[in-house]
Design a protein around this ligand. Structure first.
Ligand code: NAD
Length: 252
């Protein structure tokens, strides 16, 4: 029951975004992959998607990405806000510039992209916004103030979009994963191993999976499966909610 749609996915040159692009292409959708890393072009084209290079901390670049999808494919029906970065530092010494960059990329860009895509979804009477948040949209950890603030904010944006889209056929949902096996996490594992003088496996078990009931990292494809479900025609009643894929982290 899935009609082919036009999807815009951000943060697609690796990790979760790459897996989401592949899944949506496999389902027969027309996909525009958006990333500031030019290497994302080859990644997108290998999956059968088009590519638009944009630094999403720039408001005009956000609007240009949606314009590009409309120019190529005629509309935007699905928006997956996924691009994200991390910076770890206590509040006392957290660089203001890093704070602003993280809020711009992970909260303001999803707002601007939703705003730009909205008229196209409304005109089609059908839309799906999926925001890739985090377990850190539900709980905090020390040292990640900007990331955690952006992700908590993303839940507020999701709920508001759900209320405003309800009578226009537009749904909005968030997905909240714990640690997923991506370059973003590989870098954290390597850093923590150096910092604590531990083996990488020990970092995974003792730090990353400390709060997990299921003791393994999540695969990017597992997140992509949930994106596919939330974007399906059959998920029209699902809106305004947060979907944890957190290995049981928040169950305790
Ligand atoms: P990743 O580093 O593999 O991918 C992030 C992508 O965002 C990259 O392609 C990068 O080039 C792109 N990007 C970064 N800055 C950008 C900018 N200014 N403009 C455009 N693109 C930019 O990381 P990932 O783990 O796949 O993360 C994807 C999303 O999932 C992020 O929002 C992250 O917070 C979230 N998330 C990840 C995990 C995890 O454990 N990996 C857990 C929960 C949530």
């Amino acid at each position: 029951t899935n009609n082919p749609r036009v999807a815009v996915v951000t943060g697609t040159s690796s990790g979760i975004g790459e897996a989401v692009v592949k899944k949506l292409c496999d389902l027969g959708h027309q996909v525009l992959a958006v990333d500031f890393n030019p290497a994302g072009k080859a990644v997108a084209e290998a999956a059968g998607a088009a590519f638009f290079e944009a630094d999403l901390t720039d408001a005009d670049a956000c609007r240009a990405a949606i314009d590009d999808a409309v120019k190529r494919f005629g509309s935007v029906d699905i928006l997956v806000n996924n691009a994200g970065i991390q910076h770890v530092s206590p509040i006392e010494s957290f660089p203001e510039q890093k704070w602003r960059q993280i809020i711009d990329l992970m909260l303001t860009a999803p707002f601007l992209l939703s705003q730009a895509a909205w008229p196209h979804m409304r005109e089609g009477g059908w839309g799906r916004i999926v925001n890739i948040a985090s377990v850190h949209a539900q709980v905090a950890s020390p040292g990640k103030s900007a990331y955690i603030s952006a992700k908590h904010g993303m839940i507020g944006l999701t709920k508001t979009a759900a209320l405003e889209g309800g009578e226009q056929g537009i749904t909005a949902n968030a997905i909240c994963p714990a640690y997923v096996k991506t370059p973003l996490v590989d870098n954290q594992i390597a850093d923590q191993a150096k910092l604590h003088g531990m083996e990488e496996q020990e970092v995974i078990e003792k730090i990353m999976l400390k709060n997990a009931a299921v003791k393994r990292l999540i695969e990017p494809s597992e997140v992509a499966e949930m994106v596919a479900f939330l974007c399906a025609d059959t998920a029209g009643a699902v809106t305004g909610s947060s979907w944890n894929i957190d290995l049981g982290w928040t169950a305790q």
